[in-house]
Design a protein around this ligand. Structure first.
Ligand SMILES: Cc1cc2nc3c(=O)[nH]c(=O)nc-3n(C[C@H](O)[C@H](O)[C@H](O)COP(=O)(O)O)c2cc1C
Length: 350
């Protein structure tokens, strides 16, 4: 029985977004009481994107949209955390309710639509503490475009200009299903223009990675791999939520509009990851995300081509204890498989 086993029924009795904001408040309040995470087993260390990660497990974007709790997340044991998505101007997002739990499926559907406080407030916050946070682990920032923006490409440039001084990497989000037209920016031409804009606007040179959808056809993946090669994109996050519904049960929320995350996304996002690993011939760092909830899942993503792995939905269902459990079990899996360290497993199944 963990503390989260007691807290979860209370959180799940609340509307999902309220539960989330209370969780953030709790983490913010408790952060100073958390000590730094225990030293990770050296076999879990990963060198990727020119950065050192003490373990390959990261907090995916969307949990900490406004940079409220990066320190707490790193202290809980993540090797890295990704703030955002943040847009140049504050944005309220879509009408509520806009997050739905599919409990039997261990899944969520969200159509938040980039609700966030905007990059100005985030800059103010990080100006005070990003140095201290980055001592705890790797800090990424995920940037997006405002829904009503007249020039979305310029929005990505604005994000890069404002936030590159405070981040270890920038993630360009062109894959949210909840901002109309955003996924169109995954085309070769648009992606090239965004990367050029981001690189030209950065004040501090940091790795630039792109986050893609799991709903892409092979031709679209080929185009992305080609842009990655031509533009020397540092990494690709595979993937965001899916607009498909690979769900057998008749959950009451199954047909809510939005992006599906959690267990049912695992297979599809891992297949795309493996395809992209083959297309990029292992030349681009890949970050696997989608339905990860155990050390087996993490290892599967890594064996399919990921150097790093992120999660979100499993944290909602299983609580923060999952972080240390995954790391502990990963070491056991490495021993079982006779692997010297986690990086030896990258792409061995692809
Ligand atoms: C409530 C919610 C909000 C999210 N918001 C964002 C976001 O702002 N930016 C982004 O790139 N991804 C966002 N995501 C997607 C996650 O980062 C991740 O790619 C996806 O949920 C798949 O991982 P999971 O199955 O471990 O949750 C969000 C996911 C959820 C569930």
């Amino acid at each position: 029985m963990t503390v989260y086993d007691l807290i979860r029924p209370i959180l799940f009795s609340l509307e999902p977004e309220l539960a989330h904001s209370l969780t953030l408040k709790g983490l913010r309040w408790g952060s100073s009481m958390l000590s730094s995470a225990n030293q990770d087993d050296p076999r879990l260390a990963v060198e990727a994107l020119g950065l050192n990660f003490s373990n390959p497990l990261g907090m995916a974007a969307g949990f900490d949209k406004n940079g409220d709790v990066p320190d707490a997340l790193l202290k809980l044991g993540f090797g890295f955390t990704e703030i955002g998505t943040v847009t140049p101007r504050p944005q309220i997002g879509n009408p509520k309710p806009r997050i739905f739990r599919l409990i039997k499926e261990q899944a969520l559907i969200n159509r938040l639509g980039f609700n966030n406080n905007g990059q100005r407030l985030l800059v103010d916050r990080l100006e005070q503490k990003s140095e201290a946070t980055r001592k705890l682990g790797v800090l990424g920032i995920n940037i997006g475009a405002n829904k009503e923006s007249l020039d979305r490409i310029l929005d990505y440039g604005a994000g890069a200009k404002a936030l590159s001084p405070y981040s270890d990497y920038l993630a360009v989000n062109v894959s949210s299903p909840n901002t109309p037209g955003l996924r169109g920016l995954q085309s070769g031409e648009a992606l090239t223009a965004i990367i050029e804009q981001v690189r030209a606007s950065m004040i501090r040179e940091v790795p630039v990675i792109v986050k893609i959808a799991p709903d892409l056809e092979i031709e679209e993946l080929e185009e992305i791999a080609e842009v990655a090669r031509k533009m020397s994109i540092n990494g690709i996050i595979v993937s965001n939520t899916t607009t498909e519904r690979p769900i057998a049960s008749q959950d009451q929320h199954k047909n809510e509009e939005g992006g599906l995350s959690g267990d049912p996304l695992f297979e599809q996002s891992t297949r795309v990851l493996s395809q992209l690993y083959q297309l990029t011939k292992g030349q681009t760092t890949l970050i696997g995300v989608g339905g990860v909830g155990s050390a087996e899942d993490v290892l599967k993503k890594i064996r399919s081509g990921a150097s790093l792995v992120q999660l979100y939905t499993a944290l909602v269902y299983k609580g923060p204890g999952i972080i240390n459990k995954i790391k502990h079990d990963l070491v056991e899996l490495l021993e079982r498989d006779g692997l010297q360290n986690i990086s030896c497993a990258i792409g061995i199944d692809a």
